[in-house]
Design a protein around this ligand. Structure first.
Ligand code: IPE
Ligand code: IPE
Ligand code: MG
Length: 249
């Protein structure tokens, strides 16, 4: 079935989502947390397809945070297995939908098998241009800032940049997603109102939308509600409302 077009006009160029609530979704059904994660994959698939259909060019999904290693061993290993299986199963379909899949985060902590699958999916889909899908896995905003600082420090160490010349732009350029527009809209499902170490640098001027729906229940209609919210915001970027009206006229 073809999804409906969203009701509002202005589409975000980049949506970043914390897909939260899988565990509670399963608990409500007296099921193991893993059932929630599996159901979460289905919701993820539907939202990716919706972004493709509605021409949202860029989507970033938080799949596993650098803090999620602290979960019970069993849950972590089931999640890792789910990542491998889902990538294996979905890569062809993503590719035929024109999705370019990229991963952000420290992948060196993953098993050789998962790293291989990630590399294969990235390579297979790298020339696609309909949707850039960034999967944040073993990602943390502080890790991202640290790796960017390290890269810039290396430039200083090698003499290609002096400390006095260092600007915000040097760090921006070294952060993950530097080649993409910054997220216009952030969505967190599951009711919590926190960033949980997601894109700390990149969300500086993003519109933040929190909803109570648990991720496995999140669908096109809820996504449209977030886009309606986005359209109601006035993005002032430090200016006054009057200035914006002048710019528009
Ligand atoms: C998000 O759902 C999925 C991951 C963090 C991998 P949770 O597993 O955090 O679900 P809740 O928050 O416990 O309901
Ligand atoms: C954030 O969700 C990470 C992902 C969705 C992958 P968590 O459920 O881990 O966040 P906290 O720890 O409750 O803030
Ligand atoms: Mg959670």
């Amino acid at each position: 079935m073809e999804p409906d077009k969203p009701v509002s006009r202005q589409l975000p160029r980049h949506v970043a989502i914390i897909m939260d609530g899988n565990g509670r979704w399963a608990k409500q059904r007296n099921q193991a947390r893993h059932a929630g994660h599996r159901a979460g994959v289905e919701a993820t698939r539907a939202i990716i397809e919706y972004c493709v259909c509605t021409s949202i060019p860029c989507l970033t999904l938080f799949a596993f945070s650098s803090e999620n290693w602290q979960r019970p061993k069993h849950e972590v290993s089931l999640l890792m297995e789910l990542f491998v299986q889902s990538l294996k199963r979905e890569t062809d379909k993503l590719n035929s939908n024109g999705v370019c899949v990229r991963f952000i985060g420290d992948r060196s902590a993953f098993s050789a098998r998962l790293q291989k699958q990630i590399a294969e999916t990235e390579q297979f889909t790298q020339d696609n241009t309909t949707l850039t899908l960034n999967i944040a896995a073993n990602y943390g905003g502080r890790w991202d800032i640290t790796q960017a600082a390290r890269a810039v420090a290396q430039q200083v160490e090698s003499g290609t940049l002096s400390a006095a010349e260092l600007t915000e732009q040097h760090l921006t350029d070294a952060m993950c997603l530097a080649d993409l527009p910054e997220p216009d809209l952030f969505i967190r499902t599951g009711g919590e109102k926190r960033i949980s170490n997601f894109l700390l640098w990149q969300l500086a001027y993003t519109e933040l939308y929190f909803c109570d729906v648990l991720w496995p229940d999140f669908n096109q209609q809820y996504f449209d509600e977030a886009i309606v919210f986005y359209n109601q915001r006035e993005r002032r970027f430090g200016m006054t409302s009057e200035q914006l009206t002048q710019v528009q006229n």
